[in-house]
Structure formats: structure tokens, C-alpha cells
Design a protein around this ligand. Structure first.
Ligand SMILES: C[S@@+](CC[C@H](N)C(=O)[O-])C[C@H]1O[C@@H](n2cnc3c(N)ncnc32)[C@H](O)[C@@H]1O
Length: 321
């Protein structure tokens, strides 16, 4: 991301709805919000503009996202703390920022437009580039390492679980055969291998067959699900009474984890049949969305990348004594 990129036509997903859902929680005299996926800072900028007293803590594991957002949000520099970290370390980030209690949290999961569009980062099957896919370019594990060193069973599991690839075994099998001839180092070679592994009849439907494998590798390289498993509960625990969380997810595994984390906290956990519900068992949160909300047709026409977005939100209605 350089200065010339601007915001690259990037449109924050479901922006109006995100602002609307968070607004009641950010109406106090000195509200604090965490943007756990700062990216290009689009949602953050809108939140800072809408709430003049807001302090925003922005987290991203991609150093380029931090660099870019630091410039973009410079008019609000005195009200922002931007941190290069994984959201998996959210509790530590809040502690270090001296703000262990927050009023709002936003998760806009997945990859950013520049990560997809900058060919050399190796996220996209549509460009030929080194097989990288690291959001945090200082970490060691790359997609190349996964593809060339993981055992067949582990590869197949990743492709099936993270990519929902029906032909996970076949794709993993062909990867193992091909890498024995020569290390697989480019996105194009991997995309060709995936295409060859998928039966011809299936190839004709459902878009580029490499999509699922690339998604799976990206999730593995960046440990995306374990980060979410740590980050979302940490954010929920940090929310004050009346505090709100909004989560935008882009594939079913993220959405499932989100749904589980939210519904677990919106249920009465007491034994059934108690005459008086015990406070300790009463729900700490209420859902603000019915199921998952989807972007409008009008938004999809403007921003095709919003296509897979699912939004869920909740509000803290009880704090532990
Ligand atoms: C969809 S983009 C966010 C876009 C942002 N809301 C905006 O309006 O510009 C997702 C961002 O989350 C970051 N990310 C993904 N997983 C992360 C994690 N575990 N910790 C911190 N950042 C993460 C990515 O690097 C990417 O920049």
C-alpha cells in the first residue's frame, strides 16, 4: 500500500449498519471502541468522524495496514491508538493501551482489498506470484511452507475444513506428487495443480476451483480461526454494560464461530425448571441481529466484494458482580 493507492476504491462493508449498531454504545462522554481488523481504516475513519469524543484502538497484523491507516487517520491522531498485533492478543493490547474496558468492538474479518490486489503478496490465484499469503509479513509460516512440507492427511484436512473442498483428498494427493518432482513455489503452479485434481465435470461449474484451496491455505497460514476464537471472547469480556460488538464475517466457519460465541452468552445457563432464575446464570448479552444480516442488493451492485458478508451484533446487558 503506498500513498498513490488512496483507498483504492475500497468501500467499507455494511458501513451504515455498522455505524447504526455501534452508535448507542458510543454516545457517552468518553467512549472507547476497538477495531480489531483495522485494514484501510475505512470503518474506523467513519466511527471517529461520527463520534467526536471517541478513542479508537485499531489492531491489524499487517504492518502495511497499520502504516496506511496511520496516515489516513492522522487528523484523529490524538484519539487513536494503532497497534501492529494479532487480534488474538486483544486482551493484552487493551491492557497495554490502559483501556481494559471498552464500549464497542468491531470485527471485519478476512483479507483486505490491497492484500488481494497486490499480486506479490500471493493471496490471489488470478496473478502469478510467490506462494506467500502472510498478513503479517514478519511471521515465518508461508503458504509455500504449508504446501511443500505438510503431510498429505494434514493438507487434506485443511482443504476440507477451511476450504470446504469436496475433493480435498485428490487435491492434497496431487500436491504431494507434484512437490516430489519440484517444490511448488508459485500461485499459478498451485492453481494449475488444483485445476488438474478436480474432475472435469465439476470444473465447469462453481467458478475457479482454486478459490477454495487458496481460502483454506490463507486461513491456515494466518491461523485466522484460532485468532478469532481468542479475540471475540476477549472483546466480549472487555465490554462495559450497554457495550456493543459487531462482527462481519466472510465465510461459514467464521460465521459459525461468531454465532457460537454470541449465542453462548445470550442464553440462560441455569438448570431448567428453577422457580427463580439465578443472576449468575442469566445471559450477559442480547443479540441485536436476527440470524445473520446480509448486505443489500444496492450495496452488492456497488461493491461485489461484500457478497459473502454476514453481520451479527450483540449488546452487553449484564456484568459480573
Ligand atoms: C476486511 S479487512 C478490514 C477492512 C477495514 N474494516 C476497512 O474498512 O478498511 C481485514 C483486515 O483484518 C486484518 N486481520 C485479519 N486477521 C487478523 C488478526 N488475527 N489480527 C489482526 N488483524 C487481522 C487483515 O490484515 C486485514 O487488514
Amino acid at each position: 500500500m503506498d500513498d498513490n493507492v488512496g483507498t483504492g476504491g475500497h468501500v467499507p462493508v455494511m458501513l451504515e449498519r455498522v455505524l447504526e449498531l455501534l452508535a448507542p454504545a458510543l454516545a457517552g462522554p468518553a467512549p472507547v471502541v476497538v477495531d480489531a481488523n483495522l485494514g484501510l481504516g475505512g470503518h474506523s475513519e467513519a466511527l471517529l468522524a461520527a463520534h467526536p469524543a471517541l478513542h479508537l484502538i485499531g489492531i491489524d497484523r499487517d504492518p502495511f495496514a497499520i502504516e496506511f491507516s496511520t496516515r489516513r487517520l492522522s487528523p484523529y491522531a490524538d484519539r487513536t491508538t494503532l497497534v501492529h498485533a494479532s487480534s488474538g492478543d486483544l486482551a493484552e493490547v487493551l491492557d497495554q493501551a490502559g483501556r481494559p474496558v471498552i464500549d464497542g468492538a468491531l470485527f471485519d474479518l478476512g483479507v483486505s482489498s490491497p492484500q488481494l490486489d497486490e499480486a506479490e503478496r500471493g493471496f490471489a490465484y488470478s496473478y502469478d506470484a510467490p506462494l506467500d499469503m502472510r498478513m503479517d509479513t514478519s511471521q515465518e509460516l508461508t503458504a509455500e511452507r504449508v504446501v511443500n512440507t505438510y503431510p498429505a492427511r494434514e493438507l487434506a484436512r485443511i482443504l476440507r475444513d477451511y476450504g470446504e473442498e469436496r475433493f480435498a483428498q485428490r487435491v492434497a494427493g496431487l500436491i504431494i506428487r507434484e512437490r516430489a518432482k519440484e517444490a511448488i513455489t508459485s500461485t499459478k503452479r498451485l492453481a494449475d495443480i488444483v485445476r488438474d485434481a478436480i474432475p472435469a465435470a465439476t470444473r465447469r461449474t462453481g467458478g475457479n476451483p482454486a478459490k477454495r484451496t487458496f481460502q483454506a491455505l490463507r486461513i491456515e497460514v494466518n491461523a485466522e480461526l484460532s485468532a478469532l476464537e481468542a479475540a471475540l471472547p476477549a472483546a466480549l469480556d472487555a465490554l462495559t454494560l450497554g457495550g456493543r460488538v459487531v462482527v462481519l464475517s466472510y465465510h461459514s466457519l467464521e460465521d459459525r464461530l461468531t454465532k457460537q460465541a454470541l449465542t453462548a452468552r445470550t442464553k440462560d445457563t441455569g438448570p431448567p425448571g428453577l422457580p427463580v432464575p439465578l443472576p449468575a446464570h442469566q445471559p450477559r448479552f442480547r443479540l441485536l441481529t436476527r440470524g445473520a444480516e446480509l448486505p443489500s442488493d444496492e450495496e452488492l451492485a456497488r461493491n461485489p466484494r461484500a457478497a459473502s458478508a454476514r453481520l451479527r451484533a450483540a449488546e452487553r446487558i449484564r456484568v459480573d458482580d
